[in-house]
Write a protein that binds this ligand. Sequence first.
Ligand SMILES: [Zn+2]
Length: 82
Amino acid sequence: MKPRADRIQLSREGKVPACPHCERATLSKRQTDDGTRWYCRQCLTHVDEADWRPRRSDGGPNSETLAARLMDADPDDFGGQA
Ligand SMILES: [Zn+2]
């Protein structure tokens, strides 16, 4: 419930912002007065919140590693300082 800009990055700990409508990772980040919005180039739709999901396996390093564990961590753990 706390909008924090630093929570939102284009690629966060192995996750990618996906469109909640078409589930494709075709979102463009938009910075507005209200915060970060997303625009889906597939649906041509603006979405308020990206659907963060693990990056699809593409034959890269296996996902059961540090990145995968970080994904399960509370985001607040990263923004640390009060
Ligand atoms: Zn879409």
